[in-house]
Design a protein around this ligand. Structure first.
Ligand code: UD1
Length: 429
């Protein structure tokens, strides 16, 4: 049974219309994390038993992942609301097509589990994407270190192995989905694996938690050295997906720049400490509790300079949104992007809305302006779309954002959530 329908990529013509200038107020609930849900869905490949994931957000990327898993023979059942059961006992294909992988890079995370469980996989190379080259060489290197034979042919990764053998792999550069792939593969390998310079993101730590409750033996989760003692097989498990820290921070920024007053519910504040400390510097009032926060914007917004970093640093996934805050701050700021080489595509669109931003290599130099003006703009990637919505919320007049299918990949019911707290936003064809 299929819980979600396949994504409809034939309807990318929808636009968002935003009338800016309304302060947001009230309470908004954050959804489950996309970047936690996706790897845990692929982890279900490793077991023949039921994996129950609660709190799965209803997003295009989630529907793409379900379509991909179903195409391999995965049984997927929607239990209720946001709870899904996955059962991989009927998997009969180890193939991930270009059509599915090109729309969502996270599909690469089927590679490690397929190889570890079935000894073979044919997964399309993801190709380039708007925010940079984003190769998967480290995923491949790491799996080869565990004994896999990997060949690239006609745009596909052809991987095979007998049982993987535990080994030590040190990531030359931190990779989130790369760590997920090696971690999942190592759970069923023979002997001990050490992942050095591993990603410490809470989404990876939760993937490890799920694997441990399936019977894996993993230590060091959330640290940059993870040790995995391979087991023969894995069982069933159930877990509640952590809240989406990127959505939460996007909402915090929305509240601050509209000079609003918001209660943001269903967060895990321990996952967003550095971003919260950074945002405090802009002058807004933030009262932060374990699972909710309260904010009140101030008339004067101070600029906040920062650079993106792997967790626990400032996530690249909120760089574009924080830049919007700086466009209307009182003074100058610098934003340095260190993770992706081409993640400034939103700048051109923000400039069309009156922002004053210069670029020097991987650093943006922003001089705050009094107000943004409305314009017709185009979303170029997921987080850039969120930035344009934020800009639209404070622009004079009507902003029209084109190509919002990017947004639907990562933000659940965004216009409904924003409308409920006072934004004037609607979707048109
Ligand atoms: C994940 C997140 C994405 C986030 C990103 C960085 C998911 C599903 N996606 O993406 O939202 O923006 O982390 O926090 O969790 N790299 C290589 N070779 C590799 C792998 C990565 O050179 O084999 C480079 C990338 O090009 C990039 C950097 O390493 O410059 C970090 O990328 P990575 O952490 O792998 O990003 P993703 O896992 O794709």
């Amino acid at each position: 049974m299929q819980g979600h329908q396949s994504p409809d990529y034939k309807t990318p013509l929808k636009k968002l219309v935003i009338n800016g200038g309304y302060p947001l107020s009230g309470s908004v609930r954050i959804s489950g994390s996309k970047n936690a849900a996706l790897p845990m869905m692929t982890a279900s490949i490793l077991s023949d038993h039921d994996i129950i994931l609660n709190g799965i957000p209803d997003l295009a990327d989630v529907r793409t992942m379900i379509a991909l898993l179903n195409s391999m023979g995965m049984y997927t059942k929607k239990n209720h609301n946001d709870s899904f059961t996955f059962n991989a006992s009927g998997i009969n294909s180890k193939f991930a097509s270009y059509e599915l992988v090109k729309t969502m890079r996270a599909s690469i995370m089927v590679l490690g589990p397929l190889l570890a469980k079935h000894g073979e996989a044919k997964v399309s190379l993801p190709g380039g994407c708007a925010i940079g080259a984003r190769p998967v060489d480290l995923h491949i290197q790491g799996l080869e270190k565990l004994g896999a034979t990997i060949e690239i042919k006609d745009g596909y990764i052809l991987a095979s192995s007998d049982r993987l053998i535990g080994s030590t792999y040190s990531f030359p550069k931190k990779s989130v989905t790369g760590t997920a792939n090696i971690l999942m593969a190592a759970t069923l390998a023979e002997g001990e694996t050490k992942i050095l310079n591993a990603a410490c993101e809470p989404e990876i730590a939760q993937l490890g938690e799920l694997l441990n409750s399936m019977g894996a033996k993993i230590q060091g989760l959330g640290k940059d050295c993870i040790t995995i003692e391979g087991v023969e097989n894995l069982g069933g498990a159930e877990i509640e997906i952590i809240p989406d820290r990127i959505e939460a921070i996007t909402m915090v920024i929305a509240g601050i720049i509209t000079r609003g007053e918001l209660r943001i519910e269903n967060i895990n504040s321990s996952h967003m400490q550095q971003p919260i400390e950074l945002i405090r510097k802009c002058g807004a009032k933030l009262e932060v509790f374990e699972d909710y926060l309260y904010l009140k914007g101030s008339d004067l917004i101070s600029p906040i300079s920062f650079q993106t970093n792997p967790y626990p640093g400032i996530p690249t996934d909120i760089q574009a949104q924080l830049m919007v805050l700086n466009t209307v701050a009182e003074g100058d700021s610098k934003v340095k992007e260190t993770i992706f080489e081409n993640r400034f595509m939103h700048i051109l669109e923000l400039k069309r809305m009156g922002a004053n931003i210069g670029i020097d290599g991987n650093t943006a130099i922003i001089t705050g302006v009094q107000k943004l003006n409305s314009a017709q703009v185009m979303a170029t990637d997921l987080r850039a779309s969120a930035a344009l919505i934020l800009a639209g919320l404070i622009a004079d007049g009507e902003t029209i954002i084109d190509r919002i299918y990017h947004l639907d990949r990562g933000y659940e019911s965004i216009e409904e959530k924003l409308s409920n707290i006072g934004a004037k936003v609607r979707r048109i064809d």
